[in-house]
Design a protein around this ligand. Structure first.
Ligand code: FAD
Length: 284
């Protein structure tokens, strides 16, 4: 279908984009989610502001034991960045799982988290990484935890007039092992279930465990009970099984054509065990 008519602007500075967005224009980044919605007439913005050519939103740089990733960095930028591969490999691994080559070359990290699809890949990793999101608006800027940013299915803490400027992830050391394991929805590439694990081992014990889950429920979540079940243990088989059971306990799982709620939970348990095994093997 053809989208409804709209006004199109393509500013080259963030300040110009903010002026337009605070007047009601809708940001367009890679267009991988917004354009299909417009073609289906599920979205009909009257004014579009294309932020894809704003140089000050596209960067990946290291700052104070963290990596700042500009909102319009594409999934390919993240997947192929030598800095992210070396210091935050979980994010590069996750980006490589998104869609196909075309989607990864157009889609952006800011667009993905703003869209908040419950089956998107990034949220699992961003939760496990305890990511911060830097947001700018006409009133100034604020930084919030990604856990607080993600509110519900297709719902975030972004206020009207705001633009995501960057996401900030930790620069990891070699004691941290990570893994993203995903069951792929064969038609779209989205996650039926995706599990991101980040583990730090010290003196043979799991000193820190962070687990993000996507695809399983209405929104991606951190599996805090599973994390607590792991911390302080040596990560033996029974302990991993216990954590995987905690991850799905009491979850109101999604059910659709591809996987019933019960099957999704089964997949989540199995893929948690796989992600834990890989992350533990990578924690030096
Ligand atoms: P756009 O489509 O341009 O925008 C999406 C939304 O975000 C809009 O509401 C827009 O206004 C808003 N927005 C964009 N940037 C900002 C910003 N900086 N600040 C505030 N709001 C902003 N995703 C996965 O995770 N896994 C997959 O396997 C996967 N497979 C896909 C397969 C196909 C065929 C397609 C078309 C998409 C797939 N996607 C998948 C989605 C893809 O990752 C999109 O890139 C992503 O959801 C949206 O990013 P975008 O840059 O294209 O955003």
């Amino acid at each position: 279908m053809i989208p409804q008519n709209f006004e199109y602007s393509r500013p080259t500075t963030l300040a110009e984009a903010l002026t337009l967005v605070s007047a009601g224009a809708k940001p367009l980044a890679g267009g991988m989610s917004l354009i299909p919605l417009m073609k289906l007439r599920l979205a009909a913005p009257e004014q579009i502001v294309d932020i894809g050519r704003i140089a000050e939103l596209s960067y990946i740089r290291e700052t104070d034991a963290a990596i700042a990733i500009g909102a319009t960095s594409t999934h390919y930028d993240v997947e192929s960045s030598s800095l992210i591969r070396a210091k935050c490999p979980l994010l590069a691994e996750t980006a490589a799982h998104i869609g196909d080559v075309q989607v990864r070359n157009r889609g952006t990290i800011g667009g993905s988290i703003a869209h908040a699809d419950p089956a998107a890949d990034y949220p699992a990793a961003l939760l496990a990484l305890e990511t911060k999101v830097r947001i700018v608006g006409a009133e100034g800027e604020r930084t919030i935890a990604f856990d607080d940013f993600l509110l519900d299915t297709f719902a975030t803490a972004l206020e009207p007039g705001e633009i995501i400027r960057e996401v900030i992830v930790p620069a990891e050391d070699s004691a941290t092992g990570t893994s993203y394991q995903k069951v792929v929805q064969p038609a779209s590439g989205f996650a039926i279930v995706g599990i991101a694990v980040r583990i730090r081992k010290m003196e043979g014990k799991i000193a820190m465990a962070r687990i993000g889950v996507t695809g399983l429920a209405a929104k991606a979540y951190r599996a805090v009970a599973a994390e607590q079940a792991l911390e302080g243990t040596s990560g033996g088989a029974a302990e991993l099984q216990h954590a995987a059971a905690e991850l799905i306990a009491g979850v109101d799982a999604n059910s659709d054509l591809f996987a019933s709620a019960e099957y999704r939970k089964h997949l989540a348990r199995v893929y948690t065990l796989r992600a834990l095994a890989v992350a533990l093997s990578r924690a030096a």
